[in-house]
Design a protein around this ligand. Sequence first.
Ligand code: SF4
Length: 247
Amino acid sequence: MYDAIKRHLAVEKLVTREGSEGQERKYYRFRPARWYGGIVTADCVGCGLLCRFCWVSDAVMARPAEVGRFHTSRHVANTLTALAKKFSFNQLRVSGGEPTIGKAHMLMLLDELKGKGYRFILETNGIPIAHNESYAKKLSNYPFVHVRVSLKGCNEEEFAALTGAKPEDFKLQLKSLQKLVEANVSCHPSIMASFSPKKNLEALMERIRLISPELARTAEIEELILYPHVVKRIKKHGLEYHGAHSP
Ligand code: SF4
């Protein structure tokens, strides 16, 4: 078992670097995507969790130092907005890895996008937001940002089985929601519930309700997508699911 914060910090060293315009981050792809009714997506390299149902390829997941290219925030913003114009989308996101790794880079990216009329979805596992004192507060400076915190299972035990991280690190995911709510950042939890009995989901909803009834009302249920490499991974780890989608 690994410590989720320590692993995020270690991965950060591999996927960020200082450049002449500030912190750069590694990305491996820019693309239009059908999610959210149409959204332009920059896929970043590197995450501090190792979810056993993650859709990211083995190469991106296991060898972040060897995959992708470093980009400035300005380049990422320009590429995202150029694609948005081309496909007539008004939503942007960073996905593929954990976008909140490289806080300076992410905040510079949001500065670049400020006032341009886009909605930005920040999809995160929440760990860096929980760990970094000022992250949630800084995000509140960007009203066009909505944060989707993706919870890995419904409790500590499920979190450990799904990610291989220490069970108690599940609390960091909930802590990030607490911090975002306190900082008045638009957000909602998304719960990977494909592996969870109903009673565990209900118990989690109670914990979320204690943070904010609005979060419980807006919670999204996420289900496994059975990409061939995902099926292999969950089989390897002996995980059983009860609900899933075809790719
Ligand atoms: S947090 Fe997301 S990107 Fe990271 S391993 Fe889990 S599913 Fe993959």
